[in-house]
Ligand binder design. Structure first.
Ligand SMILES: C[S@@+](CC[C@H](N)C(=O)[O-])C[C@H]1O[C@@H](n2cnc3c(N)ncnc32)[C@H](O)[C@@H]1O
Length: 249
């Protein structure tokens, strides 16, 4: 994608999610109803009652994801986790609890309003091992081989440079580190135009990779044990999916 078009799209994404964060902060109401986030039946309903019960109300309401990556990541005590595009912080808070006081959960987001909301939610949840970083997922502000698990919830589809995002995952993960991402993924037969007909870019549909593009991208970034599993259809031929991969030792 040409740089100007990519910059414009990223700014549109930032504005959309800043408005979503403000909507949660100001009204304590959800944001999908006014079309401020991903198109589809997303958000807090994707979490178990036990997970939701442990969260501040604003963190649950701010959930804009299309899956439950914490449930698939198999997090262990003491691990370091990175959530790409952490939004209101729901998956960072849940991860911080899973890895316990000897572990760390980082949340990375480019939108100031989301970072402020996430900080408030983590403080209200009483979580001390959550660290929120400002930055873009195409240039992760963490050293190489510093993370055990990368999670993400409905964000990679919003990136205008997905190959660079996947290379960043590989760089920051330790050998043996793993990826557990929820994302929107297209069936292979859908062209870019077909995807754009089914929903907007900022609504998490038009920018989605196909299953084979995701698999090939992860393999090109050096990952093994790659899998992309469709979980439910959100538009004709477009699915919420669980994406897994492992960085070889
Ligand atoms: C659909 S929301 C998902 C938020 C969160 N993962 C959740 O499940 O509620 C997308 C989030 O990703 C952030 N985001 C989108 N593109 C990004 C990028 N290139 N770099 C960093 N953050 C990004 C947005 O600011 C927003 O908070």
């Amino acid at each position: 994608m040409a740089t100007c078009a990519a910059d414009r799209l990223r700014e549109e994404v930032r504005e959309r999610y800043a408005a979503a964060a403000r909507s949660v902060s100001e009204s304590s109401g959800g944001c999908c109803g006014n079309n401020s986030c991903c198109d589809g039946d997303f958000g807090e309903s994707l979490y178990t009652a036990e997970q939701r019960g442990d969260l501040p109300e604003a963190a649950a309401l701010a959930s804009l994801g299309c899956g439950n990556p914490v449930a698939v990541a198999g997090l262990r005590e003491g691990e370091t986790v990175l959530d790409l595009g952490s939004g209101g912080g729901i998956d960072v808070i849940l991860s911080a609890r899973r890895v316990g006081p000897t572990g760390i959960a980082y949340g990375l987001d480019m939108t100031d309003e989301m970072l402020a909301l996430a900080q408030r939610n983590a403080a209200e949840a009483g979580v001390r091992n959550a660290i929120f970083l400002k930055g873009v997922i195409e240039d992760v502000p963490l050293p190489a081989e510093s993370v055990d698990v990368v999670i993400s919830n409905c964000v990679v589809n919003l990136s205008t440079d997905k190959a660079t995002v996947l290379a960043e995952l590989s760089r920051v993960l330790r050998p043996g580190g793993r990826v557990g991402i929820s994302d929107i993924v297209a069936e292979d037969h859908l062209s870019a135009e077909d995807r754009a007909e089914r929903g907007s870019y900022v609504g998490c549909i038009a920018g989605a990779l196909s299953r084979s593009e995701y698999e090939a991208g992860l393999e090109a970034a050096g990952f093994g044990d790659v899998s992309v599993e469709f979980t439910n259809e959100v538009a004709d031929g477009m699915h919420s999916a669980i994406v897994r991969a492992v960085k070889p030792r």
